[in-house]
Design a protein around this ligand. Sequence first.
Ligand code: FMN
Length: 179
Amino acid sequence: MTRVLVAYGSSEGQTATIAERVGDVLDSAGHEPVLIHLKHPPSGLDVAAYDGVIVGASIHAGSHQGYVAEFVRDHRETLNRKPSAFFSVSLTAANADPVEREPARELLEAFLEETGWEPDGTLTVAGALKYSEYGLVKRFVMRRIAGKASGDTDTSRDYEYTDWDEVEAFALEFSSQLS
Ligand SMILES: Cc1cc2nc3c(=O)[nH]c(=O)nc-3n(C[C@H](O)[C@H](O)[C@H](O)COP(=O)(O)O)c2cc1C
């Protein structure tokens, strides 16, 4: 059975939820996924012991979690030798207009350039607005950002924009590359 490391960074939980769905797809396809939150990686994590690696991160204030970039930089050579894939979660990717979505792709490319990683697959995927989980300041800031982008501003509820079909297709495509 092939073991796949699904390592992610998540600040409000949506990337964690997406990583779980990726894990479910891999599991259904007969692989053994192991999920880890990179903010608290287990000691002695041996990336080289896995048959493939999927990394996920979300965008906040124009960049992905620094601890995810650090993980990728630290394990770049191993990642570049194995089947690997990266998914980037953001609100920019939720935009209906492809031109408005372009910055999400640019930030993903910048992350790869900066870390020196060349994954086999990449995905920019829409995240969520979780007003109920933000503190007062964050809620205010996100409401303003959403308002400027003609997005959802009713802070009495949360919004999930993730396209689960897209996530499952990404995980299935990766799974097909594993022997
Ligand atoms: C404080 C804050 C800043 C954010 N900044 C950006 C941003 O610069 N660009 C963007 O596309 N999305 C931005 N987002 C949206 C997040 O990427 C989105 O909510 C995502 O689902 C977060 O994933 P996570 O819950 O795994 O951290 C921001 C969200 C918050 C709360």
